[in-house]
Write a protein that binds this ligand. Structure first.
Ligand SMILES: [Zn+2]
Length: 439
């Protein structure tokens, strides 16, 4: 049997409970079709569970120790400046901040993404396959694409079929402008128009279909309330099915992986880590913060004892890492632990905490927020009363994982890229965690 083409659908910020509930209530026909023909589990994200970190994990099959994207906002030691990708690319475009635009469009892929990481697009296209990416901010590939707008001058290097918010379009599809009306889902409407075009022309072996609007709605309305946004995601998936000529033809032609990049939890309070560390450089946003300092990080960590906004604080001490919660400590390496193991009993806690600290771009301290709390960002923005994510806690870290026509069922977002390569018989990079077959 010929290998089916494969579509990776990423719904930003979709929680497992929201998808499970929607499937139970039967209000999402396209997602229900995939569910009926597929296998499902809850899987784990990476840490910090923030979009640029997670999309890079999906695209490279690596945690931040390899892909090196540490946070939404971080301090670039080499260039002695802050890098801020924005909470979503839509937010960056809407804000129009020039440096953020340049960092998000070019910097993340052209210089911040680790040299030792291999993207799914690079691996597949090196093997002679055609990859396509719609709107995903981690897109590094071998093909140079000229921008379609005058305010950008440099080409971006992506997969052969590359569509990025009307700024780069490898093919003329007639899709409408993507940032017209974010709250009403115009970015995903753009994605759907391009996706329909690609499926109609059978223009790829592998497609990443990234739907970002759900996260935006869920931040505003709270994690289990964005039903209208999920209905639009269902429409966007339905557009692909329709373009293929209906359910049977779609399932005949395509295998599918559908997942989220991270979860979301309800937040009702916010605080500023800058007030705790006025003598250090703080980069914080959503539910994770980092502190860049020349001082002893273990000393600085003591300041967070008894701070209700903080779940766990992490730092390196020589060959070991330390996790501290309310005065108790756990010392750990990839091969063992000593101390109070309950401090990192989060999903994949030890592995994710280690990988976050092993990222050369991370701060000396990494702070994971307590339930209900958010760290206000540089502009003092937060989502109090809505949803947020970024921490090690389960609600931020669990994602739905649904596969159709695939031999493996990834248990982590870092297992998605090797699963895609495995589907096409392409070898995974040496760092990647591969699954032989589904449990
Ligand atoms: Zn978000």
């Amino acid at each position: 049997m010929a290998t089916k083409k494969l579509i990776l659908v990423v719904i930003d910020g979709l929680t497992p409970s929201m998808l499970e509930d929607t499937l139970e209530r039967g209000t999402a026909p396209a997602l229900a079709l995939l569910s009926e023909h597929g296998r499902y589990r809850r899987a784990i994200s990476t840490f910090p569970s923030l979009t640029p970190v997670c999309l890079s994990a999906l695209a490279t099959g690596a945690h931040p120790d390899v892909h090196e994207i540490p946070h939404l906002v971080w301090y670039h030691r080499g260039e002695k400046r802050l890098v801020e990708y924005g909470s979503s690319f839509g937010a960056v475009l809407a804000a129009g901040a020039k440096q953020s635009l340049v960092d998000t469009i070019y910097g993340l892929n052209a210089s911040h993404l680790g040299r030792n990481a291999v993207t799914v697009y690079e691996a597949l296209e090196d093997a002679g396959l055609t990859a396509a990416a719609i709107n995903i901010t981690c897109y590094r590939g071998r093909h140079a694409h000229r921008p379609t707008v005058p305010f950008l001058t440099r080409p971006a290097h992506g997969p052969k079929r590359f569509f990025f918010y009307n700024l780069f379009e490898s093919d003329v599809t007639g899709a409408p402008l993507s940032v017209r009306n974010r709250p009403r889902g115009t970015i995903d409407a753009y994605a759907a128009a391009v996706g329909r075009w690609l499926v109609t022309r059978d223009g790829f072996d592998f497609l990443v279909y990234y739907l970002s609007d759900y996260d935006y709605a869920s931040h505003a309305q709270g994690p289990d309330a964005a039903h209208a946004a999920l209905a639009r995601c269902d429409d966007a998936v339905g557009a692909l099915i329709e373009a293929a000529g209906g359910a049977d033809q779609f399932l005949e032609r395509y295998a599918v992986i559908l997942c989220a990049d991270h979860g979301q939890t309800t937040v009702s309070e916010s605080t500023r880590l800058e007030e705790v560390f006025p003598d250090a450089r703080v980069t914080a946003s959503n539910r994770a913060g980092m502190v860049y300092t020349d001082a002893d990080p273990g000393e600085l960590a003591l300041r967070l004892d008894g701070n209700g906004a903080v779940d766990v604080v992490l730092w390196r001490e020589g060959e070991e890492a330390v996790a501290r919660r309310d005065g108790a400590e756990l010392r750990f390496t990839p091969s063992g632990t000593s101390g109070d193991a309950s401090i990192l009993d989060h999903p994949g806690g030890l592995e994710r905490a280690w990988a976050a600290l092993a990222n050369p771009n991370a701060g000396e301290l990494i702070v994971s927020a307590a339930a209900g709390w958010e760290f206000a960002d540089l502009a003092r923005r937060h989502h109090s009363g809505g949803g947020s994510h970024g921490s090690l806690l389960a609600g931020d870290s669990e994602v739905p994982m649904l596969v159709v026509g695939l031999e493996t069922l990834p248990g982590s977002i870092v297992e998605v890229m090797p699963a895609v390569l495995g589907h096409f018989g392409v070898a995974a990079p040496p760092y990647a965690r591969t699954l032989v077959r589904a449990p």
